[in-house]
Design a protein around this ligand. Structure first.
Ligand code: NAI
Length: 366
C-alpha cells in the first residue's frame, strides 16, 4: 500500500515476522528512508535513526531489519515497556545530509502517529534529532533539563557489570583483579569501560584506529596497546568489542584466544545463527550484545516517565544487567543451548506473555 501525506510517500513493505516496515520518500527534499517496527506488543517501538550512504536499498533494508529486531529483544529483556524499532536514512553521498531532508524524515515519523520513536545513532547527531523534532514530538535524547543525556556512561557501566557477571560464570568470582580484558575501540563506551576496568584491578589491553585515543589511554591507565588487527587474537580472559559489528565470524572464531566475548558492539556476529554455535563449540562464553549493551536504552527509558529523568533510578536498573546475564548463562548451561538462544527464548517468553508491557503513557518532556 502506498500513501502520501504532506509530500511524504509512505510505501508499506511486507516482511515476514515484522509488524510494519515502511519505505519513506520525499521527491522534493530527496529524503529516502526506511522505518522498521519489529514488535510493539510491549510498547511503542523505539530505536535510533542511522544515517549512512548505503550502496544499495537492500543493504539499508538488511540493516534496519536486524537492528529493529535487536531492539525488540533488548527492550523485552530490560522490561522497559517499549517495543523494537529502528530507522535508516539512505544518504546521497553527493548531496549529503540537509536540514530539509531531516525535516521530511520527521514528517514521516509523525505520520506513524507515535508507533515509532527515533533517537540519535550512527551518522545522526543530537543536532540532527533537534531538526527532526521540528516536525514530530516522537524523539528522545534532546538536550533539555529532563533529558537522559549522553547514554555512553550508562552503556559502559552495563557492559562493566556484564563483564563481572561473565567473570563469575568463568571463575566463580566477579572480581576482575588481575583478569586480562582486551578492549576493541576506545570511543565513547570503550574509554569509560577502560576506566572502570582500571579501577577494578583488571589488566587491560586495548586498541583503536585513532592513535591519539590509544596514546591517551596508555598514558592515563598504563595499559598495553596493540595494533587494531591484533586485538581479537590476543590471549586474554575476556574480549570486549566496543567498535563495529560483524567481527565474530568464521574467519575470526578459530583464532580467538579468549575465554569469553562480552562487549558493547551491536551485532557482533556476522552470521548470527552459525557463528554463535561455532563460538560455543569452541567453549567461548558469549554475552549477547543486546543484553550487555542495554544500559543506554535503560537510561533513555527514564526520560519518558511521568516523574521525569532520574539518573540514580537509571543507574540502579542498569546494574541489573549483572543478574539478567547471570540468569541467561545459567539457562544456557542447564538447557545445553547457546547463550544467544537462551536470551532470545527469554525475550520471546516476555513478548508472548506481555511481561513488562507498558501501563503508563509515554511522557515527552521537550
Ligand atoms: P564510538 O564511535 O564513540 O567509538 C567507536 C570507536 O571504535 C572509535 O574510537 C573508532 O575509532 C573505533 N574503531 C572502529 N573500528 C575499529 C577497529 N576495527 N579497531 C579498533 N577500533 C576501531 O562508538 P561508541 O558509542 O563507543 O559505541 C561502540 C559500540 O557500542 C558500537 O557498536 C555501538 O553501536 C555500540 N553501542 C553503543 C551505545 C552507546 O550508548 N554509545 C549503546 C549500545 C551499543
Amino acid at each position: 500500500m502506498v500513501t502520501a501525506t504532506q509530500d511524504i510517500i509512505l510505501e508499506e513493505i511486507h516482511v515476514e515476522g515484522y509488524e510494519r516496515v515502511v519505505k519513506c520518500s520525499d521527491p522534493k527534499t530527496g529524503m529516502k528512508a526506511i522505518i522498521a517496527i519489529h514488535d510493539s506488543r510491549l510498547g511503542p517501538a523505539l530505536g535510533g535513526t542511522r544515517i549512512y550512504p548505503y550502496e544499495k536499498f537492500d543493504d539499508a533494508l538488511f540493516d534496519v531489519l536486524r537492528l529493529s529486531k535487536g531492539m525488540t529483544y533488548k527492550s523485552a529483556l530490560t522490561e522497559s515497556g517499549l517495543g523494537g524499532g529502528k530507522s535508516v536514512i539512505l544518504l546521497d553521498s553527493v548531496k549529503g545530509k540537509t536540514p530539509e531532508m531531516l525535516r521530511s524524515f520527521g514528517r514521516a515519523v509523525e505520520a506513524l502517529e507515535g508507533k515509532y520513536i527515533c533517537a540519535e545513532d550512527v551518522g545522526c547527531s543530537t543536532e540532527d534529532v533537534k531538526i527532526i523534532r521540528e516536525e514530530t514530538v516522537n524523539v528522545v535524547g534532546l538536550a533539555h533539563k529532563n533529558s537522559s543525556g549522553n547514554p555512553a556512561p550508562f552503556t559502559a557501566w552495563g557492559v562493566f557489570r556484564g563483564i563481572q557477571a561473565t567473570a563469575l560464570a568463568l571463575f566463580g568470582t566477579e572480581s576482575l583483579q588481575g583478569k586480562k580484558v582486551a578492549v576493541q575501540g576506545l570511543g565513547s563506551v570503550g574509554m569509560i569501560l577502560t576506566d572502570l576496568l582500571f579501577w577494578h584491578g583488571a589488566k587491560v589491553i586495548a586498541t583503536d584506529l585513532d592513535e591519539n585515543r590509544c596514546l591517551h589511554a596508555k598514558q592515563k591507565y598504563g595499559i598495553e596497546i596493540v595494533k587494531p588487527d591484533e586485538i581479537l587474537f590476543v590471549e586474554c580472559d575476556i574480549l570486549a568489542p566496543c567498535a563495529l559489528g560483524g567481527i565474530i565470524n568464521k574467519g575470526s572464531i578459530p583464532k580467538l584466544k579468549c575465554k569469553a566475548v562480552a562487549g558493547a558492539t551491536n551485532n557482533q556476529f556476522l552470521d548470527e545463527k552459525t557463528d554463535s554455535k561455532k563460538l560455543a563449540e569452541r567453549g567461548i562464553l558469549y554475552a549477547p550484545d543486546f543484553v550487555i549493551n542495554a544500559g543506554g536504552l535503560i537510561n533513555v527509558e527514564f526520560e519518558l516517565c511521568k516523574e521525569g529523568y532520574n539518573p540514580i533510578v537509571a543507574r540502579n536498573k542498569v546494574d541489573k544487567i549483572f543478574d539478567t546475564l547471570t540468569s541467561i548463562y545459567s539457562i544456557a548451561k542447564q538447557n545445553r543451548i547457546t547463550t544467544l538462544q537462551a536470551a532470545i527464548s527469554l525475550a520471546e517468553h516476555r513478548l508472548e506473555y506481555g511481561i513488562g508491557k507498558r501501563v503508563e503513557n509515554l511522557c515527552f518532556h521537550h
